[in-house]
Design a protein around this ligand. Structure first.
Ligand code: SF4
Length: 328
């Protein structure tokens, strides 16, 4: 059941809100404050009395399953811009126990109905770029991106130099994998990201391959190892090798202190890329970019991201990075 929220729903709105707010605090501590339940409750109470806002709550068997908070956004025409008339979705939250039950769609439908009753026919929202699963859900529902926020922290750059660490960019949340998805790794992005500056690299997209693209593996052909697509059998070895040669030159001019690479990738894996022998046997080995990196920078600490899930290995990697950074 989905209906307009009332004062009696405030404790459940606060509870649902905390599920997402706590994730935001962890991901973006420089932006979000730890929530105070009383203040958040008062915040909801004030919105419930504001005619420019509407909050719809969904309940399943009496338990709160999600809510959507929307507001009228009308900005007058200016010298540069036409009048803006839309409904802004400030928050939409579905309880993790109630995902894939159509609750998000139901809440969105309520927002659409409310927008039309306000005489507005456009919905807008913003979403954290790193939250690729939310972006995917919104896109599936028909939302289109028309603006992106960016930032550059000058204070970090001036006062807090950090070791530069190369990283497979899919691990940071970039949607560059063959299937168009990311492989966001929170240990890499959050735990290690606190103490380093990342230098993201995606050998496949940077060498000109599209997203999405056919999956590939490595195949032994005579004396060489070739990177070949699994459906149409196209040989991509020359394309990526040419890019690797240029990239190594670029990397030699950077003060890299370490590299974190994606496991099981024919480009990035350090020791877990699938290699097909002519006999049909599959063995594990180095991806083409990782292999070139190891040969050209033999002293650089290079790891697969899966090894960093282990605390002892993670600490050892950070220690080696710090050692390189301080030039010990
Ligand atoms: S594993 Fe490497 S090549 Fe594959 S998507 Fe990630 S960064 Fe790109």
């Amino acid at each position: 059941m989905i209906r307009l929220a009332s004062f009696g729903d405030i404790p459940d709105l606060v509870l649902l809100n905390s599920l997402v707010h706590n994730i935001h605090v962890k991901l973006f501590p420089e932006v979000f404050k730890t929530g105070d339940e009383n203040l958040i409750g008062s915040f909801f109470a004030s919105l419930l009395q504001n005619e420019n806002y509407a909050i719809f709550i969904s309940r399943v068997d009496g338990f709160p399953a999600g809510y959507i908070m929307i507001r009228k956004m009308i900005k007058p025409e200016s010298f540069f811009k036409k009048e803006v008339r839309c409904v802004y979705i400030d928050q939409v939250i579905v309880h993790p126990n109630h995902t894939r039950k159509g609750i998000f769609k139901g809440l969105l439908r309520k927002a659409e109905e409310q927008a039309l009753s306000w005489g507005l026919d456009r919905l807008e929202l913003d979403v954290w770029s790193e939250n690729s699963s939310a972006v995917e859900v919104y896109e599936k529902t028909g939302f289109k991106t028309y603006n992106q926020k960016m930032f550059l922290s000058l204070s970090d750059r001036k006062t807090n130099p950090k070791p530069l660490v190369g990283v497979s960019s899919c691990l940071l949340g970039d949607n560059v994998r063959y299937n168009g998805k990311t492989k966001l790794n929170s240990v890499v992005r959050l735990d290690i990201g606190k103490s380093v500056e990342f230098y993201p690299v995606c050998p496949e997209t940077e060498s000109g391959m599209p997203v999405p693209r056919e999956p590939m593996d490595l195949f032994v052909k005579g004396e060489t190892i070739r990177m070949i697509t699994l459906e149409s059998g196209m040989d991509k070895t020359d394309v990526i090798s040419e890019w690797i040669e240029k990239k190594l030159l670029e990397l030699s001019k950077k003060k890299l202190c370490g590299f974190i690479l994606k496991a099981r990738s024919p480009s990035c894996a350090v020791c877990s890329a699938k290699i097909h022998e002519p006999t049909g046997v599959k063995t594990d080995g180095c991806g083409l970019f990782a292999g070139a990196l190891i040969r050209n920078f033999p002293k650089l600490p290079i790891v697969e991201e899966e090894n960093l899930q282990n605390e002892a290995e993670r600490n050892e990697f950070i220690r080696r990075i710090a050692k390189n950074f301080h030039g010990d």
